[in-house]
Ligand binder design. Structure first.
Ligand code: PSV
Ligand code: MN
Ligand code: MN
Length: 387
């Protein structure tokens, strides 16, 4: 296909995918963390690198921060972001690197430790006021390793109480999104393991609390698009953390492991009215352990754009007619036709018509930016784990 319809172009033009600041730092597994030449040394350099992704794609106007990894003067950082034509986005709390949280944070038995974790979220809300961020994203590394180790029910009750206190601090225009993950670092039970638990916890808080769906946080074989459909149906899909996984949570480039799954997810987003809907934030949550980080992020947002274009190509009328007639094979064929359509030439032509490079990967590679940062920056910070 060589040309996209005006309707599809209008949808794609509004698409925005938030980048995680931690994607630009060095990170890795519990084995070696390999350094990449040119790695940012502070949050300001992370923002400058993220701005490169937006510059070549017009897809990534905001950058999420992680607290305390990105602690700095936030008035300065906000101004710095504006100077680079991007804005600061979601604030991610971090209760998974402090010795005190060995047995939990927002679920901890000890009131003093639980209060410390709640206070951290209050501090994150203060940061949100300075950065102009709307969303506070909470992912909890809490759970237990052995049957009988903890009272799982009491932990749910403490979690609800902690979240209520945090929720009560939110400003009128702020939201809380609660992420779930089925295992790791806890291996027996996790306090927020699935969308149902996240939903139950946020539903009792109020309208400003939503579920965050991280595509990497499900057991193999899970029908993630069903969860997307259900959360949109319930009006509780607050945000996506996009990435790919082959085995467990490995934060690889979105669309790399299973482009068809990404297509199926984005089809449900389109079907459920979630595309370009301000209630649903689209974010990457990735790490680039062995590849260069800026082109890794460019590839990622392009993958999302490409699969969105394909999802928008599904002939919904033909699909509905086949579904109503219980014409199983025609319905499947209509769906697959869109998935198998190569939209890359049409997207390249459309980019050029908007004054963007037809091939953002090639344009970035030719810009010399990667060589410049490799020469200028020595001793980049690690993005997170262990920093
Ligand atoms: C840990 O699994 C994790 O990858 C979660 O997905 C969070 O969103 C991310 O770290 C950053 O805190
Ligand atoms: Mn995540
Ligand atoms: Mn994760």
């Amino acid at each position: 296909m060589t040309e996209l319809s005006p309707d599809i172009r209008a949808e794609l033009e509004r698409q925005a995918i938030e980048l995680p600041s931690w994607a630009f730092g060095n990170s890795g597994t519990r084995f070696r963390v390999f350094g990449t030449p040119g790695t940012p040394r502070d949050p300001f350099e992370k923002i400058a690198d993220a701005a490169q992704v937006h510059r070549y794609t017009a897809l990534a106007p905001t950058v999420a921060l992680h607290i305390p990894w990105d602690m700095c003067d936030f008035d300065d950082l906000r101004k710095h972001a504006e100077d680079h034509d991007v804005a600061l986005g979601t604030i991610n709390s971090n209760t998974f690197q402090d010795e005190d949280y060995k047995f939990g944070a927002l679920t901890h038995e000890d009131d003093a430790i639980r209060q410390k974790a709640i206070d951290h979220h209050f501090a994150c809300i203060d940061v949100m006021h300075a950065t102009g961020s709307r969303d506070l994203k909470i992912w909890l590394a809490e759970g237990s390793n052995y049957p009988g180790q903890n009272d799982m029910r009491a932990r749910q009750d403490r979690l609800q109480d902690s979240l209520q206190q945090i929720y009560a601090r939110l400003g009128d225009d702020q939201r809380l999104v609660l992420e779930y993950k089925f295992f790791e670092p806890a291996f027996y039970h996790t306090d927020v393991p699935d969308w149902g638990t996240s939903y139950a916890q946020v539903a009792s808080l109020g309208d400003k609390a939503m579920v965050c769906l991280d595509t990497g946080h499900h057991a193999p074989g899970t029908n993630i698009e069903f969860i997307v459909m259900q959360l949109l149906r319930l009006g509780k899909l607050g945000s996506f953390d996009f990435n790919s996984r082959f085995y467990a949570d490995d934060d690889l480039i979105v669309g790399a492991a299973d482009p068809f799954q990404l297509f199926r997810i984005l089809f449900e987003v389109v079907r459920g009215g979630g595309l370009n809907n301000p209630d649903v934030a689209f974010m990457l949550d990735q790490c680039h352990n062995i590849e260069d980080k800026i082109p890794g992020q460019i590839r990622s947002v392009l993958n999302v754009q490409e699969m969105t274009a394909r999802a928008l190509l599904v002939d919904r009328d033909a699909l509905a007619a086949a579904q109503t007639a219980n014409d199983v094979l025609t319905a499947n064929a209509v769906f697959m036709d869109a998935f198998y359509t190569d939209v890359r030439p049409a997207l390249a032509a459309w980019r050029e018509s908007r004054g963007l490079p037809s091939d953002p990967m090639a344009a970035y590679a030719a810009s010399g930016y990667q060589q410049r940062i490799a020469a200028d920056r020595v001793g980049g910070v690690q993005a997170g784990w262990g920093a």
